[in-house]
Design a protein around this ligand. Structure first.
Ligand SMILES: Nc1ncnc2c1ncn2[C@@H]1O[C@H](COP(=O)(O)OP(=O)(O)O)[C@@H](O)[C@H]1O
Ligand SMILES: [Mg+2]
Length: 310
């Protein structure tokens, strides 16, 4: 690090000075990003801004945080959002069990002494349990950690407002202890499957990128990267079939995760070439709703032909 400005802002890996460099590094970490995405990630790292990634399930949002933690060689701290998540699960919690034990022990030993002083003792750092957001703020290391706030669309408005505060200050105030501030902002990645719209105010704090399903060529590349045992021809057939499935207006269109699972299943069966029998035998690794499966089986031939579906 050179200079205070670098300390405060920016977390690019050393030797990376363009989004092209970065996309090479990401590839080295087994992640293939298109130009738009690698530019968004590059800017987020360079400017020290949170990155908000939106897109359908399985397009590679969560993996961005994972690959960044590998490439930056820094811990990944993950907060999985869900309905009803609150500060106790996201930031910190007092460890009641340990506090109680401490009281019992002090009583038994007769060391509780001055009552108010003893009570203060119960609200010190040793009785505080850090949850992901506090861990990310308290992290010490050569690089800030990657903070993944995953599937924020599952959390409720109140929690979103609270996050807004943390993401603008990178600090949190604990009434009994005071304010804890991050040395350097963590590399914050927020994701949403867009089951609801996230508020403008939160988006304004972040850089934004919408991840689309990849085109066939990139999906083939991803398959070759992640399932090296799959032959090119098979990878292409699978990617083509998945593309067709995505155009079929299924209840749950397959993501890249399903493409990879499917390819792995086919490779495990020793398949070199996709055919109707193989499709029906392995459908469960790519299409996971009964109605979707029935429709897919009816269209198995068009999956092989790479037709437009139905
Ligand atoms: N661009 C990509 N390059 C390599 N692997 C990818 C890419 N996109 C997705 N994957 C893989 O696909 C799977 C699903 O990705 P994930 O990040 O969990 O999706 P999301 O969070 O959008 O639902 C993971 O195994 C991930 O490694
Ligand atoms: Mg995800």
């Amino acid at each position: 690090m050179n200079g205070a400005a670098d300390e405060r802002r920016g977390a690019l890996p050393s030797g990376v000075s363009s989004s092209l460099d970065l996309s090479e590094r990401l590839r080295g970490g087994d992640y293939l990003a298109g130009e738009g995405l690698s530019t968004a990630i590059f800017l987020a790292l360079k400017l020290g801004r949170p990155l908000f990634l939106e897109g359908e399930a399985g397009v590679g949002k969560t993996e961005v945080a994972k690959v960044l933690s590998r490439v930056l060689d820094t811990p990944l701290i993950r907060l999985q959002c869900y309905e009803g998540i609150d500060v106790n699960q996201a930031v910190y919690e007092w460890d009641y069990a340990r506090q109680l034990l401490h009281i019992r022990t002090a009583e038994a030993l007769g060391t509780a002494g001055d009552r108010t002083r003893f009570e203060d003792e119960l609200y010190t750092r040793q009785f505080l349990v850090s949850r992901p957001l506090l861990s990310a703020l308290e992290h010490h290391g050569p690089m800030p950690p990657v903070l993944l706030i995953d599937e924020i669309d599952r959390a409720d408005d109140e929690f979103e407002a609270f996050l807004l505060e943390i993401l603008s200050e990178f600090a949190v105030t604990i009434p009994e202890l005071g304010t804890i501030r991050a040395e350097r902002p963590p590399v914050a990645i927020l994701t949403s499957n867009r089951t609801r719209e996230v508020h403008d105010a939160l988006k304004r704090r972040c850089l934004y990128f919408y991840i689309d399903h990849p085109d066939i060529a990139r999906e083939v590349e991803i398959v070759r990267l992640r399932v090296p045992d799959a032959e090119e021809h098979l990878a292409r057939q699978v990617a083509t079939a998945v593309q067709t499935l995505r155009n079929m207006d299924l209840y749950k269109p397959p993501g890249i995760a399903e493409t990879l699972d499917w390819t792995e299943a086919l490779v495990a069966l020793g398949a070199k070439e996709l055919d109707e029998d193989l499709i029906s035998a392995t459908l469960g690794s790519v299409v996971k709703y009964r109605e979707d499966q029935q429709r897919t089986m009816g269209a198995a031939l068009s999956l092989l032909a790479g037709g437009g579906g139905g």
